[in-house]
Design a protein around this ligand. Sequence first.
Ligand SMILES: N=c1c2ncn([C@@H]3O[C@H](COP(=O)(O)OP(=O)(O)OP(=O)(O)O)[C@@H](O)[C@H]3O)c2ncn1[C@@H]1O[C@H](COP(=O)(O)O)[C@@H](O)[C@H]1O
Length: 87
Amino acid sequence: MKTFDELFAELSDRARTRPEGSGTVAALDAGVHAQGKKVLEEAGEVWIAAEHEDDEHLAEEVSQLLYRVQVLMIGRGLTLDDVYRYL
Ligand SMILES: N=c1c2ncn([C@@H]3O[C@H](COP(=O)(O)OP(=O)(O)OP(=O)(O)O)[C@@H](O)[C@H]3O)c2ncn1[C@@H]1O[C@H](COP(=O)(O)O)[C@@H](O)[C@H]1O
C-alpha cells in the first residue's frame, strides 16, 4: 500500500531513471495527448463504477484515475506543490 505522495515520488523516479519495462515510462513517452485521453477514460470508468459497481471496484478505478492524473502531471512537469497550493 502507498499514499498519493509516495506514488508521485515513485513515478517521478521512473521518469528520471527510465527502467526497462516500465509502463509509466511508456505512458510518459506517449505524450500529453495520450496521457489526457487516459485521464478521461479512467474518469469515465470511475463514474460508471460509482453508479453500477461495488465499493471495491470503485476504489480500484479511483486508484487508476489517480495514477493517470499523476502521469499527466509529471508529463507536464508539475509538482505536487503546484497543485496543493490550490487546495
Ligand atoms: N498504480 C499504478 C497503475 N494504475 C493503473 N496503471 C496502468 O493502467 C492500466 C489499467 O488501465 P486500463 O483500464 O486503461 O487498462 P488497459 O487498457 O488494459 O491498459 P493499457 O494497455 O491501456 O495500459 C494498468 O494495466 C497499468 O498499466 C498503473 N500502472 C502502474 N501503477 C503503479 O505505478 C508504479 C510504477 O509502475 P511501472 O511504471 O509500471 O513500473 C508501480 O507502483 C505501479 O503499481
